[in-house]
Design a protein around this ligand. Structure first.
Ligand SMILES: C[S@@+](CC[C@H](N)C(=O)[O-])C[C@H]1O[C@@H](n2cnc3c(N)ncnc32)[C@H](O)[C@@H]1O
Length: 190
């Protein structure tokens, strides 16, 4: 099904499904987002910048904004979800820059974010390798990327993987006691 859909474009979540996904995330995933936000805050120094790729309803960004003064950006290909994320941030009383964009061609220069996050979305991308390249391109040298994927049908189970980019090359290590698997970061393509 995913292979079939990828042939025809990105799997952006729109319309009624966007609102259902928002409700699902708020109800079941707040704990996950608090955990990931706390991890991100530990990896980024004061005044640093964070990008959430395919942010959906924006809850990772919102939880991070609650506990830090970092500069936070969330992007998603679905205009409906971007509007929902903006409304969620307003309700929470936090500042996040949400924008509509394709993760395969991000509208940012190279080396700008200290932390790049992507959760539950690799399977939704029509060009997952391009997105991983883009995540690497916009990540600062010495920055950190964290990806998380749902697995095994259990909606509370996730496979987090973290990658640090450094001048001596990429270092990968798994995080937390959850089942972990390293996601490959494709070589930077210039
Ligand atoms: C399963 S949701 C995950 C949302 C959020 N990261 C989370 O953990 O709840 C997948 C998201 O990927 C977005 N998406 C799909 N293709 C995309 C692309 N090429 N660029 C940006 N976002 C994309 C969808 O609109 C949707 O918000």
């Amino acid at each position: 099904m995913i292979k079939f859909a990828r042939k025809f474009g990105d799997l952006g979540i729109k319309g009624k499904k966007a609102h259902q996904y928002d409700e699902f995330s708020r109800t079941y995933r707040t704990g996950d987002f608090k955990e990931y936000a706390s991890l991100a805050a530990q990896h980024v120094g004061a005044g640093g910048s964070v990008l959430d790729v395919a942010t959906g309803p924006g809850y990772f960004c919102i939880e991070l904004a609650r506990l830090s003064n970092l500069s936070i950006t969330g992007l998603d290909i679905s205009n409906d979800l971007v509007e929902i994320a903006r409304a969620n941030a307003r309700t929470a009383g936090v500042e996040v820059d949400f924008l509509e964009a394709n993760a395969s061609a991000m509208p940012f220069p190279d080396d700008v974010f200290d932390f790049v996050f992507c959760s539950w979305s690799i399977k939704n991308f029509s060009e997952p390798t391009k997105v991983l390249n883009e995540m690497y391109r916009v990540l600062r040298r010495g920055g950190t990327a964290l990806t998380s994927a749902a697995c095994g049908g259990g909606r509370r189970r996730a496979m987090p993987s973290i990658t640090s980019s450094s001048s001596s090359g990429n270092r990968c290590r798994s995080l937390s006691a959850r089942p972990a698997r390293l996601s490959p970061v494709a070589p930077r393509v210039r």
